[in-house]
Write a protein that binds this ligand. Structure first.
Ligand SMILES: [Zn+2]
Length: 476
C-alpha cells in the first residue's frame, strides 16, 4: 500500500516534469499566434483569447492565454479579433482542368480538356486565398494531377494539398478528362495506371453500365483507392450497394429513384442540354419509399456526398448575371472566355430557367434530409465547370448549405473534420490540435454566427507557412 502510494507520487512528479518540458522551451524556429478565438468544429468548442504554437509545419500546442514567453518578437503574430478554423477542404475541385476545345478527327468532333499551367496555378492560389488548404480533385489528366502534387511538394506551386482521381472512367470520350473503358480488362488497366501514378480515387461516370460500374469499384478497392461516382441510370442506393465510397452532385437522376407513377416519359440523361437536372426533380417525391430507401442506404453504408449546389445554382440562374457572375473577378480570364461557349444551359429558354428555379427548394430540402439522416456530406464546388469561382465559391457552397437550413456547426464540420474523415486524413488535418498539420484559416468575423463569415479571410497557414489572404487574391 505504502509502496504503491510512493510509486504514484514518483510517477506524478515525472509526469509534471515531462509536461513542463513539453510546454516550456518552444522550438527555436516556432511561430506563436495569439489573441484570436479558436473554433473547433469537430467538438463545437471555442477558446477565446487563444494561442497556437507552430513549428516544422505542425501545431505544437494550443490553449488559452499568451502561450510560451520565450518567443522572439519577430516570431509573434498578433491575431486579435480573428477567428481560427482548421484549413478548409473543397472535395470537388478540378484544379488542373483548363479550357475545353473541340477539334475534328476523322470527320467527327472530339472534345478536349486541356490542362494549362497558368490556369492551374491561378486556381491553386485563389483556393488558398479563401482558406482552402486541401482539395479532392475528382477527375483530370492523371499526368497533370501527378505534376500538381510534385510541384506543390517542391514548392514550385503555391496551393492546397491535392488528393486526386485521374481520368474519369466512362464510355464517352473527352480527351484529357475521360478514359474510355469497356470490358473488365480495360477497367483494371485504367485503374492500375492511375494507382501507379499516385492517384487516390477512381471516378466512375454516368454512362457506365452496372457490370462496368461494379468492375470499377472492385478494381479501385483492390488497389486501395476509393471509388466515387457521378451517377446516371444507376440509382444512388444501388451504387451504394455496389460498394461505392462517394457520390457527387445533387442529381440522383435515375428513373429508379422516382415513384413508379412518375417514370413514364422521363428521358433521364439521354436528352441533350442538361434538362434532366430539373425534370428529375419535378417528378421526384422526397417522401416516397424510393427516396426514403435511398437516404437510409447512404446513411447505413456511410457513403459520402458532395452536393456541389453552387454549380447548379449558377446553371439554374444562368440568365441572371447577378447570380451567375458573382465571384467572376477571381476566375482566370481565359476560363471566363471559355464559358461563353461551354456551359450547361446552352439552348435553355426562359421557361427552362423558371422550371429549374422552381425545384430549388426541393433540392435544399434534400440536402437537409441527407444531413439529418447522418449521410456524411462534404463541401465541394465543381471548380473548372462553368461560372464556378476558385475558393470564392467554396464559401458560397457553405452559404448555400446554410440557406438550405443546415446549422452552421454542421457546415463547418463538412468543410473540415468531416471531409478529413471521408478522405481518411483525420490523423493529420481537420482539427486544430497538437500534432496536426498547421493548416489554419484566420477570418475576421464569427463563422458560427454566419458561415459566410468564413469568406472574410485575413490569413492562411499552409503547413505552417503564413500567407496574407489579400495578397493571394490579388492577381499575380
Ligand atoms: Zn466534377
Amino acid at each position: 500500500m505504502f509502496l504503491t502510494r510512493r510509486r504514484t507520487l514518483a510517477a506524478c512528479a515525472l509526469l509534471l516534469a515531462l509536461n513542463a518540458c513539453a510546454t516550456a522551451p518552444a522550438p527555436p524556429d516556432a511561430d506563436l499566434y495569439t489573441g484570436f478565438t479558436l473554433i473547433d468544429p469537430a467538438t463545437e468548442a471555442r477558446i477565446e483569447n487563444a494561442y497556437m504554437l507552430v513549428a516544422n509545419g505542425r501545431i505544437v500546442s494550443t490553449g488559452r492565454g499568451d502561450g510560451p514567453a520565450n518567443i522572439p518578437a519577430d516570431r509573434r503574430h498578433d491575431m486579435t479579433g480573428a477567428y481560427a478554423l482548421p484549413g478548409l477542404i473543397d472535395t470537388h475541385a478540378h484544379v488542373t482542368l483548363g479550357r475545353l476545345t473541340v477539334r475534328m478527327e476523322n470527320g467527327a468532333p472530339v472534345i478536349e480538356s486541356k490542362s494549362e499551367d497558368e490556369i492551374t496555378a491561378h486556381n491553386a492560389r485563389m483556393l488558398l486565398g479563401f482558406g482552402v488548404t486541401t482539395i479532392r480533385n475528382p477527375g483530370g489528366a492523371t499526368q497533370a494531377n501527378a505534376l500538381y502534387n510534385e510541384r506543390v511538394r517542391t514548392g514550385a506551386l503555391v496551393g492546397p494539398e491535392q488528393r486526386a482521381a485521374g481520368e474519369i472512367l466512362d464510355t464517352m470520350r473527352i480527351d484529357g478528362l475521360t478514359t474510355v473503358v469497356s470490358d473488365t480488362a480495360s477497367i483494371e488497366a485504367a485503374v492500375a495506371t492511375q494507382a501507379g501514378a499516385g492517384m487516390n480515387y477512381i471516378k466512375l461516370y454516368q454512362m457506365l453500365n452496372e457490370a462496368q460500374f461494379t468492375a470499377g469499384v472492385e478494381a479501385a478497392h483492390r488497389h486501395g483507392l476509393q471509388a466515387i461516382t457521378h451517377t446516371g441510370a444507376i440509382s444512388w442506393d444501388h451504387a451504394a450497394e455496389l460498394g461505392v465510397d462517394g457520390i457527387v452532385h445533387a442529381m440522383p437522376i435515375s428513373a429508379d429513384s422516382l415513384p413508379a407513377a412518375a417514370r413514364a416519359g422521363y428521358r433521364g440523361a439521354d436528352q441533350a442540354g442538361s434538362h434532366a437536372f430539373y425534370e428529375w426533380w419535378e417528378r421526384a417525391d422526397l417522401e416516397s419509399p424510393e427516396m426514403q430507401r435511398l437516404i437510409r442506404t447512404l446513411a447505413e453504408r456511410h457513403v459520402t456526398v458532395d452536393l456541389t449546389l453552387v454549380v447548379f445554382q449558377k446553371n439554374f440562374w444562368g440568365d441572371d448575371a447577378s447570380v451567375r457572375d458573382t465571384g467572376a473577378e477571381f476566375v482566370h480570364p481565359l476560363m471566363r472566355d471559355n464559358w461563353r461557349v461551354f456551359r450547361f444551359d446552352l439552348g435553355w429558354q426562359p421557361e427552362h430557367y423558371a422550371r429549374a428555379r422552381a425545384v430549388w427548394p426541393k433540392i435544399q430540402r434534400f440536402a437537409r434530409m441527407l444531413n439529418e439522416a447522418g449521410v456524411p456530406l462534404t463541401i465541394g464546388t465543381d471548380l473548372a465547370n462553368p461560372f464556378v469561382s476558385p475558393g470564392y465559391d467554396t464559401i458560397a457552397e457553405m452559404r448555400l448549405h446554410q440557406e438550405a437550413g443546415i446549422p452552421a456547426w454542421d457546415i463547418l464540420r463538412m468543410a473540415t473534420s468531416q471531409a478529413a474523415e471521408t478522405m481518411r486524413l483525420q490523423d493529420r488535418i481537420g482539427r486544430l490540435t497538437r500534432g496536426m498539420e498547421a493548416d489554419v484559416v484566420f477570418v475576421d468575423a464569427d463563422p458560427t454566427a454566419d458561415v459566410a463569415n468564413v469568406g472574410r479571410t485575413r490569413a492562411v497557414l499552409l503547413n505552417g507557412v503564413y500567407h496574407d489572404a489579400a495578397a493571394l487574391r490579388s492577381a499575380p
